[in-house]
Ligand binder design. Structure first.
Ligand SMILES: [Zn+2]
Length: 363
């Protein structure tokens, strides 16, 4: 077989290739010479094809058909690109099944997929709810979706509240805060959220040079040292100021000024990383779960150095049993929480907030 025939063979076995990829961590797949972003794309697609689905039967039949038709990974990525845009329960798998069965060249199926999404998505009603984006460049976005009646009534209320001739979005924002503050609607933030700050920076902040210091908070935001001082003066830091003691190689050692062991350990684990320590994850520690690094059932203790905060998803996919190697497992290496991939790579989370966590302040 020459190299081109090998290439053709590979392209006609997309499903089996993805099945093999599903068995490996994307970080290990990336060492074969492909980009990490591509490896992650393949892993996500493998999860869609072989992981839990809302239409398991359709999923199984479609995957079997894709294998039978010899579709390439590239073709399946294209199918998924269209299908994942449909959010209604069951809709994505219905479209995947339709596109996998659709005869035609890559380009023809691609065009057909785009057209089908336009037809389907137009009718999908938006789910009511409040969505809050993550902090980017010091700003966050809040979106509220509800019935046209409630939102329009609220819009009228805001319009009636405001007076000035500022641009509409600015005027509405001011009116919004006036309404919310006026009716006592917003809780004064109590930063039970943990603030991680190193001793050097703390000295700077205390001397009034707070503007050059940025501290990370476990709710996913940052504050300048000056903002921290203002919050402290306004009493927003709560009654107890939590101080965590971290050892450069042993990890978390102790937390002072708290009463409950479990709460105390949770706060220590939160201050250590501020976000889920899994590489590329950005779930703030406040929304994470306590994770035993050495599993409880394998004799792992509930002591600070055996605990970390993982988001619900990564807590679920972590290989608790070290002999089962699929996605890798969280491990403490020289004091720091790291992912060991099944291929043996040690990786930390390079998220901006994670690098501001307590263990990174000790270098
Ligand atoms: Zn995570």
């Amino acid at each position: 077989m020459d190299i081109f025939q090998a290439f053709v063979l590979l392209n006609s076995h997309g499903v089996s290739l993805l099945r093999a990829i599903a068995e490996r961590s994307p970080y290990d797949v990336a060492s074969s010479g492909i980009a990490l972003s591509t490896a992650k794309q393949y892993a996500t697609l493998a999860d869609v094809l072989f992981g839990p689905a809302d239409s398991p039967r359709l999923q199984r039949d479609s995957v079997a058909l894709a294998e039978q038709r010899g579709l390439s990974v590239e073709h399946l990525l294209m199918v998924n690109k269209h299908a994942k845009k449909l959010k209604k329960r069951g809709a994505a798998w219905k479209l995947r099944a339709e596109l996998i069965a659709h005869q035609g060249s890559f380009e023809e199926v691609d065009a057909y997929g785009a057209q089908r999404v336009k037809e389907e998505a137009g009718e999908t009603p938006k789910e009511p709810g409040v969505r809050i984006g993550r902090a980017v460049g010091g700003m966050r976005t809040l979106t509220v979706t509800d019935t046209q009646r409630r939102i329009t009534d609220f819009e009228k209320t805001l319009d009636a509240t405001d007076t000035s001739d500022q641009p509409r979005s600015t005027a509405l924002l001011e009116a919004f805060w006036k309404r919310v503050d006026g009716s006592g609607g917003v809780l004064r933030p109590e930063y039970r959220t943990v603030i991680a700050i190193g001793l050097d920076d703390f000295a700077k902040v205390s001397c009034g040079n707070g503007d050059e210091v940025i501290v990370g908070l476990s709710d996913g935001t940052t504050m300048t040292g000056a903002e921290l001082i203002n919050a402290a003066l306004a009493g927003a830091l709560g009654e107890n100021l939590y101080a965590g003691l971290f050892h450069p190689t042993a990890g978390p050692v102790n937390l002072y000024e708290t009463r409950f062991a479990s709460l105390k350990q949770r706060i220590m684990a939160t201050a250590e990383n501020l976000v889920c320590p899994w590489p590329d994850c950005n779930v703030p520690a406040d929304r994470c779960q306590v994770h035993h690094i050495d599993a409880h059932k394998n004799g792992g203790h509930t002591s600070p150095s055996n605990l970390t905060m993982l988001c619900r998803y990564h807590n679920g996919v972590n290989d608790d049993d070290p002999t089962k190697r699929r996605r890798g497992r969280i491990h403490r290496h020289r004091g720091k929480v790291r992912l060991i991939t099944p291929g043996g790579k040690l990786l930390g989370n390079t998220h901006q907030l994670s690098t501001m966590g307590a263990m990174n302040l000790l270098n």
